[in-house]
Each structure stands twice: as C-alpha cells, then as structure tokens.
Design a protein around this ligand. Sequence first.
Ligand code: ADP
Ligand code: MG
Length: 327
Amino acid sequence: MKLHDLGEFGLIDRITAGIADNESVKIGIGDDAAALAPAEGQLSLVTSDMLVEGVHFDLVLSDPFTLGRKSLAVNLSDLAAMGAKPRYFLLSLAIPTALTVEFLDDFISGLMQRAEQFDVTLVGGDTCSSKGGLVISVTAMGEQFPHLVVRRSGAQPGDLLFVTGTLGDSALGLELLRGGERSGRGVERHLDPEPRVTAGTMLAESGVVTAMIDVSDGLLADLGHILRLSDVGARVELEKIPLSSFYRERISRFASDPLSLALGGGEDYELLFTAHPSNKDRVFALMAETGDQVSVIGEITPGGQLSLVRADGTEYQPVRRGYNHFA
Ligand code: ADP
Ligand code: MG
C-alpha cells in the first residue's frame, strides 16, 4: 500500500491503533491536545530529540523496526539522566511521500515495543509530508518528586565520578557499519541503544547521586557539561575507563589512539554521574540490583580543570572532544 492511499488521517489511525488505556491519560489521541493527570506531588520532566535522515540515521544502514526502538530509547535516556520515571510520549513525523506503509508499520512496531517495555503511553504528535528525508521527533515526559530530580549542576569537589556500561562501542559500531558490517556488539549498540532507565531512576531515588547526565555526545563533551554547570573540575584516570573486549579488539584498525572513540565518540547512552565517596558501596549495590555494570573513573576536583591522567601519571591530550553538530 502507498501512503497516498492511506492519507494523513488513515496514517494517524494506523499509528495510534491498539494504544492501551492509561488511567492518568484523561484525554488521549484524537482531540486537539492531550490531558494528563500528574502524579500527586511530582514534577513533569519533558525532553525532545529529533532524528533526521542523513544526519542521525541512514535508511540503508538501519532497518525501520530498530529505528523505531532507537527513536524512543534516546528520549528515555534523557529522562533517565534526570532520574525521572518515563510516562508519556509524543511522536511527530515528516514523511517523504515515497516511503512505504510497510516501512512505517515496522517503525511503529519497534517504537511500540520500547514503549511497552518501559510502560510509556503515546498521547499525541503531528504528521506531515516531507520534501526531503524522513524526520522523526519524539517528545517524552516523565515524573519524579522534586527533591529526587538529579541535575547536571550538583557535583562537589571530592565526589567520585561513575559511569555505567562501557564506552566507545557505539561510535566504533558506526565506523564498522560504514565499512559494511551489519552485526556485532558495536553495530547493535549504535543502532539499538539500551536506555539506562531503571538505573537512572534507582540512582535518583537513592538520593546519593549529586549530578548526572547521559553520555550522548561522548564522555569528554558530556563530562564537560557537568563540570561547567557544577563549577568544578575533574581528574579522570584513563586506565579506569570501561572498554568492552569488542572495543579493545577492534579499535586499532580505526584509530591510532585507542581511547579516541571511548572519550570522543557519541551515542553510548550510558549514565555519567557523581556521588560522595562514602556512598560508593551503595552505588555498586544498586547497580548490582539493576544488573548494570558501573565503574569509578575519577573524581571531582575544585577549579574548572579537566585532567586526563594515564596509568604512569602523565597527562593525556585528547584529539577529539565529542560530537558537535555545527562544528
Ligand atoms: P491538529 O490539526 O489539531 O494539530 P492533527 O489532525 O494533527 O490535529 O492530529 C489529530 C490527533 O492525532 C491529535 O490528537 C494528535 O496529537 C494525534 N497525532 C497526529 N499525528 C500523530 C502521530 N504521528 N503520532 C501520534 N499521534 C498523532
Ligand atoms: Mg497537527
């Protein structure tokens, strides 16, 4: 079937068919705006991420189902980084008229699979045609008690710096995808990232995390945001940066500096956070509960300097500082 035969409203019906009832959605899709009842005493946290064909994804490299999963996942990662429990999302699409209905069905299936996994409800959006590529914009909403929301600005000198998972796999996966590989850890992590939703909310609810951000633009760039907004510096011990065995094995073909993608590559969607050293065991116990790997990679220091230190104590100068759209 062609999009033309379905039309805008047929398409919206197709997207919104089978959305489960949600007690707190007082008015759902179909009216001019949705009405949501916030949980007693909690703040609404709202975030939006756009995925643009040719900039964020390539339809030759990613299948529609996985693209749907990723479109929601990257937004849930932002909510996780604030410690918010995800609740609702909006989906806006600018669709090239040549795109097939089958593509959209698969895209929506992938998106809805992630929505079910994290119990988030689609409550609206917008649909229009595109004269260029496919544009996907998702806005996600979450909730959390005000005193439990974790910001980028709370890091204190002396705090330890933690990161979940491993870094650099996604950026290396993108290089491998471009080189023709279609599977493997890095490719999967790039196309289908796992947002650290449970880890983010549990860390926030424990009350021990002082600052948090998700690593979407690379460790150095995202750590830079915490440092600037908290008005602190950091000392990072490079040998403590968590690298997967996949990354260790494959990086040498792509970069002479084995740390380049772990420090400067984007889209890991891991959580980078700080906590007082007295809470270190608590953090490790929580992450053992959620099943997320966690590492201490350094500490927060007074002053605004970021120093990256090798195992032998010498300073390291990175070549690449992270992803910047307009650089
Ligand atoms: P309006 O013209 O008043 O903006 P629309 O006709 O665009 O309304 O949308 C009708 C309903 O369908 C609204 O509830 C809107 O939120 C919903 N909707 C439109 N596009 C999407 C989409 N891509 N995904 C989910 N809901 C959508
Ligand atoms: Mg509209």
